[in-house]
Design a protein around this ligand. Structure first.
Ligand SMILES: *Cc1c(COP(=O)(O)O)cnc(C)c1O
Length: 253
């Protein structure tokens, strides 16, 4: 069941209010937190509702869906200045598409993918800002680099002149109480801050993409700069496990 536009408007304002409160509590400026509205599975009409409220940052986890929505909206002429965040795992054969349609890629997690993205970006005369995905809760996530491998990986990306590593991204375990994943978020902040900058002067490590509908307040408290929020704004997606039913690492939304 899809919510109607008035619902989206109300949910969006309520979500922004929660973000503001979380920032106040953490003693942070709300300007330091970018809300990426995750529109996956929802129609472009829903994106337009947010666009008309002044929102510009949108995220998709499948490159085909992102490409379709971006070109549909661009061609309809009224939302040309969107910032598209590709937030999902990427196969190398889709690298070209990402380079063409995404402004930011949140899931860089291998040398081969970095090499292919760089090659495609060069061919298209584009450049791409990337977050390195970290597998911070090794038990559940299939994607992302192990925390111990992250620094060496960032150093190796120095040779890819079309890519700029701007930060780290993680998905925390789906838990009933978001407080349980606070240590994972804290570990991410620590990984970001402890990278020896001189090892890769081309990297510009300043952002942390972490926090989703269920846990963004804790993520903000631990330093998130980009929170990726879908269901809090757009409503539940088909087949989604409600947050209250997430009882442990073996239940995945
Ligand atoms: C779907 C998705 C989100 C948003 O999830 P919600 O729980 O709906 O807020 C965030 N990040 C990634 C990588 C996703 O795939």
């Amino acid at each position: 069941m899809l919510p109607d536009p008035a619902d989206i408007h109300r949910r969006y304002e309520a979500t922004k209010e929660r973000i503001e409160q979380a920032c106040i509590k953490a003693g942070r400026s709300v300007d330091g937190v970018t809300l990426v509205a995750v529109s996956k599975t929802f129609p472009t009409d829903f994106i337009r509702v947010l666009y008309n409220l002044g929102h510009r940052h949108f995220g998709e986890n499948k490159v085909q869906e992102l490409a379709y929505k971006a070109s549909f909206l661009r061609e309809s002429g009224d939302c040309g200045d969107l910032h598209w965040h590709m937030i999902g795992h990427l196969q190398r054969n889709k690298a070209r598409e990402v380079v063409l349609v995404a402004d930011v890629f949140h899931a860089l997690d291998s040398d081969r993918l970095a090499e292919e993205l760089n090659r495609r970006a060069e061919a298209a005369d584009r450049s791409l800002s990337c977050f390195v995905q970290v597998n911070i809760s090794a038990e559940t996530s299939k994607h992302g680099l192990g925390p111990d491998d992250v620094h060496a990986f960032i150093t190796r990306t120095a040779k890819f002149e079309r890519l700029t590593v701007v930060g780290l991204m993680a998905m925390a375990r789906p838990v009933f109480n978001p407080e349980d994943v606070r240590p994972e978020f804290a570990k991410m902040k620590n990984l970001l801050d402890s990278y020896p900058a001189h090892d890769n002067p081309r990297a510009d490590l300043k952002y942390l993409s972490m926090g989703m509908s269920h846990d963004f307040e804790v993520a903000i408290a631990e330093g998130a700069t980009h929170i990726r929020i879908g269901s809090s704004i757009f409503g539940p997606r088909a087949g989604m496990v409600p947050a209250g039913d997430m009882i442990g690492p073996d239940r995945v939304a």
